[in-house]
Design a protein around this ligand. Structure first.
Ligand code: GTP
Ligand code: MG
Length: 335
């Protein structure tokens, strides 16, 4: 956690900087070290804490100076509510491809926040991620953000075939769409963390507007088994989620994570499942959606479980060859 002092570092208004080496006091050696630590861009330095920069061999004072200059170079604001209002004005929205789902979350997915989709095997989490990776490339008038997607695939379930059919359905050039999705396969939880820690330059250079981690918890769940590993797992997950929030804020991107569920054998009423990751994931995801299968084949039920400002609610959509689609009125009547 950053200290109060660090969170309130006033941005410098003197000058704008584009690359690390331009910052006064950051020579080639420090720049190299910072980059090795995952800070390749001014944006990532702007959201860093002084303590995080210390391993680069710089004093705390210098670290604070560097952060202040970086903050002054980009549109980022901290603490004051009037500035938060301004920051919210920059928020962009992306369509999920389903009007029902968009309405459920207040008009589409938001930049600068983390949206979590959780649900059982086959509930459609990865399909939603694929659809978002295509939709983000649409122009704003069609609900897109004219940007690319970064897809961190931890379970080897990213399929270009799905991207191709979804793109074709939207009359987009499948080859171009595939070009704008940067896929990074994560082999272990540490590798997953490493990929995100080093994602800033890729995000900046490829106009990434959507960062997906599918699945957030898969590796953690299989690697950290047993009570004694729980604290370590939660600590790492916490840091990972915070990195994601900071990237989403610094680059005004949407962040999406998927999460599996565990069954609760002791629950008799209500849902006998709950998402993995406990409080850490629950509290760092801003919007949580629970997906479940229905008795009617392709139809999925989405429940908004948690949102900063919207009431809980439910909606249905379906998954077809074309991607996410609306459930027709006649289909709704069919049992
Ligand atoms: P896990 O990652 O295993 O936890 O599941 P998930 O929630 O990510 O499920 P996923 O998004 O992979 O959903 C898989 C389901 O989507 C399949 O069982 C199908 O019902 C549906 N689906 C996937 N691809 C297609 C397709 O090309 N056509 C149709 N009609 N349905 C598809
Ligand atoms: Mg999946």
């Amino acid at each position: 956690m950053a200290s109060i002092e660090e969170e309130t570092i006033a941005p410098s208004t003197e000058k704008k900087y584009d690359i690390l080496e331009d910052l006064p006091g950051v020579g080639p050696a420090t720049s190299q070290k910072l980059q090795e630590m995952g800070f390749h861009t001014i944006e990532s330095l702007a959201t860093a804490t002084a303590r995080e920069l210390e391993p680069a061999g710089i004093s705390q004072k210098k670290a604070l100076d560097v952060i202040r200059l970086a903050r002054g170079s980009i549109t980022l604001s901290f603490v004051r509510a009037d500035e938060l209002v301004k920051q919210r004005e920059n928020i962009l929205r992306l369509t999920t491809g389903s009007k029902v789902l968009d309405d459920l979350i207040g008009g589409g997915m938001e930049t600068q926040t983390i949206t979590e989709f959780y649900g059982e095997y086959g509930s459609g989490k990865s399909q939603v991620c694929h659809q978002l990776a295509v939709n983000v490339q649409l122009p704003p008038e069609q609900g897109g953000l004219d940007g690319g997607a970064l897809y961190i695939d931890t379970e080897n379930t990213f399929h270009t075939e799905r991207i191709v059919s979804m793109a074709k359905h939207l009359n987009l050039d499948p080859q171009l769409v595939a070009r704008n999705i940067i896929v990074a396969e994560a082999f272990t939880s540490d590798h997953q963390i490493f990929l995100l820690e080093n994602a800033d330059l890729v995000i900046k250079e490829n106009n990434i507007r959507l960062i997906i981690v599918d699945s957030l918890t898969g590796h953690f769940r299989s690697e950290y088994v047993g009570r004694e590993t729980l604290a370590m797992r939660q600590q790492k997950l916490n840091k990972h989620m915070h990195k994601l929030i900071r990237l989403a804020r610094a680059f005004n991107t949407i962040a999406v994570v998927t999460n599996q569920v565990m069954s609760k054998p002791d629950v008799f009423f209500g849902d006998a499942v709950h998402p993995i990751g406990g409080h850490v994931v629950a509290h760092t995801s801003h919007t949580r959606l629970y997906l479940r299968k229905s008795a009617r084949g392709p139809v999925r039920i989405a429940r908004l479980v948690s949102s900063p400002y919207l009431p809980d609610g439910e909606g249905i959509f379906k998954i077809t060859q074309n991607g996410l689609e609306e459930v027709g009125e006649d289909e709704k009547k069919r049992k």
